[in-house]
Design a protein around this ligand. Structure first.
Ligand code: FCB
Length: 454
């Protein structure tokens, strides 16, 4: 546990947020001209999602902009991280624009601004237009061009009122789970496709950043990375080197290209498979754009030892070790706030001192309403208190952390887990979709309003 010594005051202007993603909350999956996404297609396929649920309705947030923004105010939020569904804006992922889709996000943005809440949009939180997947998906180089076109459309429409943007959410996770492991959309298990997908995403980030800044140089563009600190399993130098290699592969594969135009050399056991990735001369210049800020999504650490392994696509010099000494959430994820402080220090160094924000951190606990309707989720309060304390310590250590976004606002559609995992500060009744603020939400509101963690 992170050390807790007396009340902690966060800097004035620190952003208190919550994070969501379009497919996980919006519903309205085929309304107002929206095109089909890979998640629509995947979730409709039998056997992909626990309980055979889909995001067709989810939290119905598409139809509840005003009441959800009112809820955010009750929670004391000063920032709201949401994602834009590409197929709402460009149903086929290229060409024609669906104005009603853009209008939805303009309405949401204006409601947030009116409530004194900063909108922090992510352009891609995993819902690729199905038409683009049919044309090859992320493994196809052309998807990078399509993404840049889409980014320019969205920032052209909203860049006058939103300054700070994230291009992608967790590039490492969606390329791996979607193209290699096959447990997320589009459900492919093709090692070669996975490798190419990672490179296309790095090109897409570079092209989109340039397109956005060409339209409006004042925009601040970053990306939200999934990160796990790699703890060496022992003091042996081999385990330390293995942990460094894991860090390079899991935490820097999408960071180094944006900052330096190259992939981390020590990530793999052998040579970088640049040819298999579809790398061309000059790609370093496309990828290297710098970052104005970086988003940190932290859920858990990993313990790493030296061992030769492979994932079907790549050969590694590391293996993960059980983390049984840590308490677990109801999802089975280890709870380790110290890991957040450690990865903030490390990312701060690796990012060269750019501003960081926690773009996601949270826990799935299943507490439901008691007879009086109250949701007593003390475990979530303890989790958030520990992690905020770790953030405060990192700030004390000199890391420029500007905000914290709890994952998530309301219980929602948790990808392949369907509705079996509950991450919200707000309880969602699965039938009526009624929202009830949990004890953790009330506690978080207090912290957000006072900037004080006691
Ligand atoms: C992250 C995702 C987010 C949510 C949380 C629990 O990896 O970015 O959409 O599923 O995990």
């Amino acid at each position: 546990m992170a050390e807790e010594s007396g009340p902690v005051t966060f800097p004035a202007g620190f952003f208190w947020g919550a994070a969501t993603a379009a497919y996980q909350i919006e519903g309205a999956w085929d309304e107002d001209g929206k095109g089909e996404s890979i998640w629509d297609r995947f979730a409709h396929r039998a056997g992909t999602i626990k309980g055979a649920t889909t995001g067709e309705v989810a939290c119905d947030s598409y139809h509840r902009v005003d009441s959800d923004v009112a809820l955010m105010r009750e929670l004391g939020l000063t920032s709201y991280r949401f994602s834009i569904a590409w197929p709402r804006v460009q149903p086929d992922g290229r060409g024609a624009i669906e104005q009603r889709g853009l209008d939805h996000y303009r309405r949401l943005t204006d409601a947030l601004l009116g409530a004194g809440i900063r909108p922090l949009p992510t352009l891609y939180h995993w819902d690729l237009p199905q038409a683009l997947e049919d044309a090859g998906g992320w493994p196809a180089r052309d998807t990078a061009e399509r993404f840049a076109e889409y980014a320019a459309i969205v920032t052209g429409a909203l860049g006058d009122r939103i300054e700070q943007w994230a291009t992608f959410n967790e590039p490492w996770i969606f390329t791996r789970l979607g193209y290699l492991a096959g447990i997320h959309a589009p459900g492919r298990t093709d090692a070669a496709a996975y490798l190419r997908a990672t490179h296309t995403v790095n090109l897409a980030h570079g092209l989109a950043t340039r397109a956005m800044k060409a339209a409006n140089p004042a925009l601040r563009v970053g990306c939200a990375y999934s990160v796990s600190p790699a703890i060496p399993a022992s003091d042996a130098p081999e385990d330390h080197a293995a942990a460094e290699a894991f860090h390079a592969y899991a935490n820097r594969w999408f960071l180094d290209p944006a900052l330096h135009g190259r992939y981390p050399e020590n990530a793999l056991a052998g040579e970088l498979p640049l040819a298999a990735m579809g790398y061309r001369d000059g790609d370093d210049r496309i990828m290297r754009t710098g970052l104005d800020w970086a988003g940190i999504n932290y859920y858990f650490h990993l313990v790493i030892r030296d061992a030769p392994t492979d994932d079907g696509a790549l050969r590694f010099r590391f293996a993960t070790v059980d983390r049984n000494q840590h308490p677990r959430t109801d999802f089975g994820w280890p709870v380790n706030p110290d890991g957040l402080r450690a990865i903030l220090l490390r990312m701060w160094r690796d990012c060269g001192g750019i501003p960081l924000e926690i773009t996601e951190n949270g826990c799935s606990y299943h507490e439901c309403p008691g007879d009086d309707g109250r949701i007593r989720d003390e475990r979530r309060i303890a989790y958030v208190r520990g992690h905020l304390s770790a953030v405060a310590q990192a700030i004390d250590d000199g890391v420029d952390v500007r905000g914290y976004h709890h994952w998530t606002l309301t219980d929602n559609f948790e990808w392949a887990e369907g509705t079996t995992q509950r991450f919200g500060l707000v309880h969602l009744d699965p039938h009526s979709l009624a929202r009830t603020i949990k004890d953790s939400g009330r506690w978080y509101a207090q912290v957000a309003r006072t900037g004080l963690l006691s």
